[in-house]
Design a protein around this ligand. Structure first.
Ligand code: FES
Ligand code: FES
Length: 129
């Protein structure tokens, strides 16, 4: 994909976020803020017996980058195991977005991942692993 296509995809996900909403009785749930702006995102996920993420949703407010990144992330992690998600890093988010990000924008871009990983840590604590 070209730079313009990545930009367009980010705008599309911002205007029409995928998997936006909440899940009743999720296995994973967490919320956190981007400390640089105060924007907050919640993540919810359902995990099956194989520790695979079968459903995931997010809600909350933030800038275009944070919302598009969270939306793209929900598509990316469906079908991944919780361990695979925990191993995702900032570079994976950069790659997923496909555009140059300033340090301030990186915090926006990783907000969704930070929240989901926070939820997974809690989930694993609950399982005693
Ligand atoms: Fe580009 Fe807000 S101005 S994400
Ligand atoms: Fe708040 Fe980007 S400015 S999440």
């Amino acid at each position: 994909m070209s730079r313009d296509m990545y930009r367009q995809r980010i705008l599309d996900h911002y205007r029409d976020p995928q998997n936006y909403g909440t899940i009743k009785d999720p296995d994973v749930t967490y919320e956190d803020v981007n400390p640089s702006c105060g924007d907050e995102i919640q993540m919810y996920a359902v995990v099956d017996d194989e520790d695979e993420i079968v459903d995931v949703k997010f809600d909350g407010q933030g800038c275009a980058i944070s919302q598009a990144s969270a939306s793209l992330l929900t598509e990316k992690v469906k079908g991944m195991t919780v361990e695979e998600v925990r191993d995702l890093e900032t570079d994976d988010i950069r790659e997923m977005l496909g555009i140059e990000l300033s340090p301030v924008r990186v915090k926006c871009a990783v907000l969704g991942l930070k929240v989901l990983e926070g939820g997974i840590v809690e989930y694993e604590k609950g399982k005693g692993t």
